[in-house]
Design a protein around this ligand. Structure first.
Ligand code: FE2
Length: 401
């Protein structure tokens, strides 16, 4: 059994009366050292369109913001223009990374009020930005580390449906008139569709604290497809639980380090963020893993190298499980999967293909996962062993094992 990519936006229904009804990932804001240069990295390596910009030329006096889009993914790259801007302090301590995982909601003020009532700490109170095109209301709450969740409600031309069609993102943003890579990317798409999940790394012993936070504050649930036993093998040395919004639209696994034979990858992350938790990876969904990985590799994306031995066992493991549950076996060409170094895993609902990039910046912190689901709603647990062997090779190269 295979399934096509699920539509990602929650329909406007009677649940509009629920203030924490999340419509979509509005955008993910990265604080970066140099937004202008980062646009080239995300455009050239990952095929994002550099669509809109807010900077000195558009009236943004304190920071430059670049909107990068692909499918229903919106990244905002933000760089402050002075040492006083919060982004520059953030970068000094933690390097480039995710600051804000923003959710589109029907009423940002109502969502914020409800979250605060549920015990959230405020990051910033509701602000309304308005011009002749419409209104955007944003309000933020603090989650783990220095990461925040903004609630964003959009009106007039700024409604999300318009933004998805290339309409204006927010006041002060203007269309980028010429950027040669945009044409190239239209002709050579990478096929990334939407944010499948976002993973946070938190400190030792803190996973359950943040699980409870997502339950209480954002009214998330432990994801039902996930067996909630902690994942911890002698290799994996991490524990993880997946939290999902009420409609399962937004999934946020939370990792904590665990003691293993070697240093946990989660601990290595924390060692480069002054032990401050943060977003470890964004999983970006594709309908065609082979095409996406081939195109990303052609563009020079650096992926984790999967040990050759992995492919000696994977088909037996994955296809046996699929047959046992009455599903078709993996339809992708096995040789191509191996040549492209892609990971495969299956569960009672189907299978998935996934691959992880190396860190996106010099610090071994944030990375991307490229994932394709064929029925499976899990996260590649069967790949942990192979993955950790691969990660350990990289940690060893960095002298951090
Ligand atoms: Fe993931």
């Amino acid at each position: 059994m295979t399934t096509a990519s699920t539509p990602r936006t929650s329909p406007a229904t009677s649940s509009q009366t629920d203030p924490l009804q999340l419509i979509d990932v509005d955008h993910v804001r990265f604080y970066v050292g140099n937004a202008k240069q980062a646009t080239y990295f995300y455009a050239s390596c990952f095929g994002f369109q550099f669509e809109q910009m807010a900077d000195l030329t558009t009236g943004s006096r304190d920071a430059a913001h670049a909107l990068m889009t692909q499918g229903n993914i919106r990244l905002v790259l933000t760089t402050g223009l002075s040492a006083e801007h919060p982004s520059m302090k953030h970068i000094a301590h933690y390097g480039d990374g995710v600051k804000d995982v923003a959710f589109t909601v029907f009423d940002a003020t109502a969502a914020y009020d409800r979250a605060i009532k549920n015990g959230a700490e405020s990051a910033y109170e509701p602000v309304e930005t308005k011009d002749e095109h419409g209104t955007v209301v944003s309000a933020g709450i603090k989650t783990y580390g220095e990461v925040i969740h903004s609630f964003v409600s959009r009106h007039g031309e700024y409604e999300l449906a318009n933004v998805k069609k290339g309409g204006r993102f927010m006041p002060l943003f203007e269309k980028v008139k010429s950027f040669a890579l945009n044409d190239h990317n239209r002709k050579h798409p990478c096929g990334l569709k939407f944010v499948d999940h976002l993973v946070g790394n938190v400190g030792l012993g803190k996973m359950n604290h943040w699980v409870a936070w997502y339950e209480n504050v954002l009214e998330f649930k432990l994801f039902k497809h996930f067996d909630d036993k902690d994942i911890s093998t002698e290799y994996s040395a991490l524990m993880s639980k997946v939290m999902a919004s009420g409609n399962n639209l937004i999934k946020m696994p939370i990792n904590e380090p665990a003691h293993g034979k070697r240093k946990s990858q989660v601990q290595e992350y924390l060692d480069y963020t002054e032990q401050v938790p943060g977003v470890q990876h964004l999983a970006l969904r594709t309908d065609d893993e082979l095409h996406s990985i081939a195109e990303l590799r052609r563009r020079g994306v650096d992926f984790l190298t999967i040990p050759e031995a992995y492919y000696g066992q994977v088909w037996e493991r994955v296809n046996t499980m699929l047959k046992a549950h009455g599903h078709d076996v993996v339809k992708e060409d096995h040789e191509k999967v191996k040549d492209l170094g892609i990971l495969v895993d299956s569960d009672d609902e189907g299978y998935l293909l996934q691959l992880f990039t190396k860190p996106l910046q010099d610090r071994p912190t944030l990375f991307f996962e490229i994932i394709c689901r064929r029925g499976s709603q899990s996260f590649g647990k069967g790949n942990f062993k192979a993955l950790f062997e691969s990660l350990e090779i990289e940690q060893e190269r960095r002298g951090n094992l």
